[in-house]
Design a protein around this ligand. Structure first.
Ligand SMILES: Nc1ncnc2c1ncn2[C@@H]1O[C@H](COP(=O)(O)OP(=O)(O)OP(=O)(O)O)[C@@H](O)[C@H]1O
Ligand SMILES: [Mg+2]
Length: 258
């Protein structure tokens, strides 16, 4: 499990995360929501040690600050919301194969097992026919799928995903969300996903963390957190929350005020 205790982080002398504490069990899908600039990406970067916060992050009882780089990479994968243009000339296969790096210390090349995992990951995200194509020649949505496939090939226990549905059409949004959800339901993994779409958060998340000005101001099940008053206060807009009769999940509708 992940246990975060008293985490805070500053860029220079500007504090952007303050006193963050939460826990996530295996098998849980956690949605992180909050306005632009509230600290969501910074939080994910602290959890994967790209940034060094104050406070402690425990992973299975061990402090991540004390783990070796390879051990952390085998346990945890971070999928950034940004695209890295320096990899544009690499093929889909080559990018996805970099997910196996933490397992390939002794060899220059992938084992047969690595290769199977790489192809399986490419297949899961639906890019089988494009595996030889250069990443720079893919659409934004396809690039997003490559990042997901790379994380899958890393076979970690924990996926930290920043805005996984950005650039994706409705069908592909649901495909990615289903891939991530299945990791938690079928394989008992942890997924922590930053989501701007509150309805996707409502449908898929077991637990939602609400960040505002660098603090967690609410956490709990979707129906506990996604409330008109709280969302109005956090986002500064009026919303209506209705409960879907079939799935009993809150559905958020922007209030047009007419
Ligand atoms: N590299 C950086 N140097 C200095 N300040 C930064 C840096 N990255 C982010 N910040 C600031 O930290 C705060 C939190 O940024 P962060 O990217 O974590 O927000 P976010 O919740 O992910 O926002 P968004 O929804 O827009 O992606 C913002 O005020 C931002 O301007
Ligand atoms: Mg962000």
């Amino acid at each position: 499990m992940i246990k975060v205790r008293g985490l805070s982080f500053s860029y220079g002398d500007v504090k952007v995360l303050e006193d963050i504490s939460f826990e996530v069990d295996y098998g849980e899908f956690v949605g992180v929501i909050g306005p632009n600039g509230s600290g969501k990406t910074t939080l994910l970067k602290c959890l994967c040690r790209l940034l060094k916060p104050l406070g402690v992050v425990y992973l299975d009882g061990e402090k991540i600050s004390e783990m070796t780089h390879d051990k952390l990479a085998r346990l945890l994968s971070y999928i950034s919301s940004e695209n890295d243009s320096s990899v544009n000339s690499m093929s889909v296969f080559d990018i996805v194969s970099t997910g196996r790096t933490p397992y390939m210390k002794k060899f220059w090349w992938e084992s047969v097992e690595d290769e199977e995992i790489i192809f399986k990951s490419i297949e899961i995200v639906g890019l089988k026919d494009l595996y030889k194509k250069r990443v720079g020649e893919l659409s934004s949505g396809e690039k997003q799928m490559v990042k997901i496939a790379r994380a899958l090939s890393q076979s970690p226990k924990i996926f930290l995903v920043d805005e996984p549905t950005v650039h994706l059409d409705l069908k592909h949004q649901l495909e990615v969300m289903n891939i991530l959800k299945n990791l938690t339901v079928r394989e008992g993994k942890i997924v922590i996903a930053v989501l701007h779409d509150l309805n996707l958060a409502s449908i898929y998340a077991d637990k939602i963390l609400v960040l505002n000005n660098g603090r967690i101001i609410a956490q709990g099940k979707p129906y506990e957190v996604l409330r008109e008053e709280l969302l109005g206060r956090v986002y500064g807009v009026k919303v209506r929350v209705i409960v879907d009769s079939e799935f009993e999940q809150p559905i958020i509708i922007p209030y047009l005020g007419r």
